[in-house]
Design a protein around this ligand. Structure first.
Ligand code: ATP
Ligand code: MG
Length: 200
């Protein structure tokens, strides 16, 4: 095949691709508040959610964060977003193997959900990150149906991002956008401790 034939073929193929892409862009003409789920065992769930938070702030949107499992309190994202005046709730005590008290975990999660309900009924908030919420389902602290029913009542244009491993099927079915991050390798298993700026 001559170079000009190759060029012609490439152009035809790209033209066809452009028509397909343009048609799908034209089809997507609706706005709505989205429910997003970031799950799976791979790294990048919370950091992706906090990336969307930065995007939203760049658009002067109002945002809030609720963390369901108290992880480390020295994360860069918490320090950074608090400095930006972002509302940041820590609603969990820690992992269930740390508290070793199911009744207390349930009580903490329920109280936490009551706080989330005040956020999701506030139509001035454009984006809410519910970090590590999936553990509340996994350990039976919260009922996924109740949570979904409450989320369904939120303002029409409010976005909610839920992160955490093992998102229940019912949550993924209800969500608009679901991403499962796959663990290919992680430096921790090679003996590298959590690195500031990367892991915290
Ligand atoms: P990140 O906050 O970095 O986006 P994540 O939210 O996807 O990670 P979590 O399950 O919440 O992951 O775990 C948080 C911490 O554990 C982070 O320090 C992260 O680097 C680390 N981590 C995430 N995935 C893995 C993994 N597959 N193996 C080991 N450590 C992990
Ligand atoms: Mg996380």
């Amino acid at each position: 095949m001559s170079n000009s034939e190759k060029e012609q073929r490439h152009q035809t193929r790209m033209q066809r691709k452009k028509e397909v892409v343009d048609a799908s862009i034209a089809r997507a003409d609706r706005n709505k508040g989205l429910l997003l789920v970031l799950t799976g065992n791979g790294k990048g769930k919370s950091s992706s959610a906090f990336g969307m938070l930065a995007r939203a702030l760049g658009h002067d949107m109002k945002v809030a964060v609720a963390q369901f499992v108290k992880g480390r309190r020295d994360t860069g994202e918490e320090a950074f977003y608090r400095k930006q005046g972002v509302v940041w709730h820590v609603l969990g005590e820690g992992f269930t193997w740390e508290t070793q008290n199911l009744e207390q975990d349930i009580e903490t999660a329920r109280k936490g959900w009551e706080i989330v309900k005040t956020l999701i009924s506030d139509d001035s908030i454009d984006l809410i990150v519910l970090d590590e919420l999936t553990y509340a389902f996994k350990f039976g602290w919260l009922d996924v149906e109740t949570v979904l029913a409450d989320l369904a009542k939120r303002p029409e244009m409010q976005h909610v991002v839920i992160t955490g491993r093992g998102a229940p099927d019912m949550l993924c079915e209800a969500a608009d956008t679901v991403t499962e991050l796959r663990d290919v390798k992680h430096a921790f298993r090679d003996g590298v401790t959590a690195q500031p700026g990367i892991d915290l």
